[in-house]
Design a protein. Structure first.
Length: 144
């Protein structure tokens, strides 16, 4: 939706720029401010890793150890815990998948975090968003 909004604003900007060019036959230097700022924002968005991916990289090893331990010992749920500096509100087993809910990315509408999928098949229909990170890991967003 944001992309469509940016495209619409860009189209309006181009039409106004063209009309200004036709009227004055010159372009002021200020016409580069809008496209330059959008380009810089897009590059920053693509290049800078999101907090979620940095958190996953820091906690990945401990998360995998806990997931394997929970699956082996049949522990269905672990309360609030901290791994690699990341605070998880819950860690639970659902259909042999281990869900790690990131307490900083929990809202009234969605829970977000990571799912360990070594012993399960994830149904993308169960999640609002599912992004596969590696063979046994995916990042999820799930409605409450």
């Amino acid at each position: 939706m944001a992309i469509l909004g940016l495209a619409g604003v860009g189209l309006v900007w181009l039409v106004r720029l063209y009309r200004s060019w036709m009227r004055d036959r010159r372009l002021p230097w200020t016409v580069v401010i809008a496209p330059l700022s959008v380009t810089v924002a897009a590059v920053v968005f693509v290049v800078v890793p999101t907090p979620g991916s940095r958190d996953f990289e820091r906690a990945h090893g401990e998360m995998e150890s806990l997931a394997l331990s929970m699956l082996q010992n049949d522990d269905r749920r672990v309360g609030p815990t901290v791994m690699g500096g990341v605070r998880f509100s819950t860690v639970s087993i659902v259909d042999d998948c281990v869900l790690f809910v990131d307490s900083r990315r929990v809202s009234v509408v969605y829970d977000s975090g990571w799912v360990y999928t070594a012993r399960c098949t994830v149904d993308p229909g169960d999640f609002a968003r599912l992004n596969v990170l590696s063979d046994n890991w995916a990042e999820f967003q799930q409605g409450n």
